[in-house]
Ligand binder design. Sequence first.
Ligand code: SAH
Ligand code: SF4
Length: 356
Amino acid sequence: MPSLLDHDLPALRRHIESLGHPAYRAQQLLEWAYRGATSYDAMPNVPKALRTELAGWARVRSLEPITSSESSDHRTTKLLFRLPDGASIEAVRMTGRNSDGGERVTICVSSQAGCAYGCKFCATGQGGYGRNLSQGEIVEQVLHFLPPAPRAGAPPAITNIVFMGMGEPFANYGPVMGAIGALNAPWGLGLGARHLTVSTVGLVPEIRRFAQEPVQAGLAISLHAPSDTLRDQLLPVNRKYPLKLLMAACRQYIARTSRRVTFEYILLPGVNDSMNHAAELATLLRGLLCHVNLIPNNPTPDGPFGRAEPGVMRAFTDALKRAGIPATLRATQGMEIQAACGQLQTGSQRREQPEP
Ligand code: SAH
Ligand code: SF4
């Protein structure tokens, strides 16, 4: 059975009208769903007859929360969901402060069950590929983090969404763009495009397509190596889309949107964290409107990589800054509950050959 959340407002209006009900009911239904209603019965201003009819057509919720884990400092919560076909995915909530002191609540969502790209440092990649998620399955992960009863005047329950959970968002392009539309729309969650960020391993055709989208969400690129030789080893996708093509696509995105690209770079000790690597990275990115997010490696069960010394990570960050490249070292959250970057792996995926 499909999910109500797979529909945007125009499509739902058409469906409601085709059932002989007034189109404005569609907006009421979505307003309830995006405020956290879990069933049609929790939508009191929708007539009972329509609620019964809809219950036989589409579910309000499709994801079954199986476990919830919280870090001891309460700043990170991870939810594990089961999908109707038995696949499983994870989503994470992280709380923190903005530079202006305001509260920031970020939800990290999965776009696929598993991932086919096989990056050498990533637990999801090591678990293999399962399947694409639908628009509703992506959006619904966020809604599970809404408070059960929103209070007037309460701080915003969710301020940011990042597509940095399991899977490669641009390998599931249509549903991910649909989810971004719904999270941004007034009839949906109503979050500004600047509060939504998609992270990609570097699928060049989709980066070019993303630059043309009406809703301009932020773009983060999993770079992790400053040369093709090294990137070929760490991220097999680089053999298909080498750095020259990737950088050209990023330049097109910046020219089209005037938005800054974030480059993610995991520091892997003895692999990509020397001063020479920092210099190479600075040369690669010189003149680009960008920011480098340096990420301490979160070691994974099957991965060969350790965690760099804090001093090495600081030195790498400083070297980039001295070379004129804005860079920050990301603080790790949620490591003890395996909710940190690259640690999401539900163990239910089939093993498949990574692309390309
Ligand atoms: N497939 C997309 C989005 C999911 S991965 C992508 O690759 O960008 C989200 C982020 O987690 C990426 O920057 C990824 O490189 C990072 N990540 C993966 N494994 C990690 C690890 N072991 N330690 C730290 N970050 C990791
Ligand atoms: Fe997939 Fe991203 Fe992990 Fe690579 S880093 S295996 S693309 S989820």
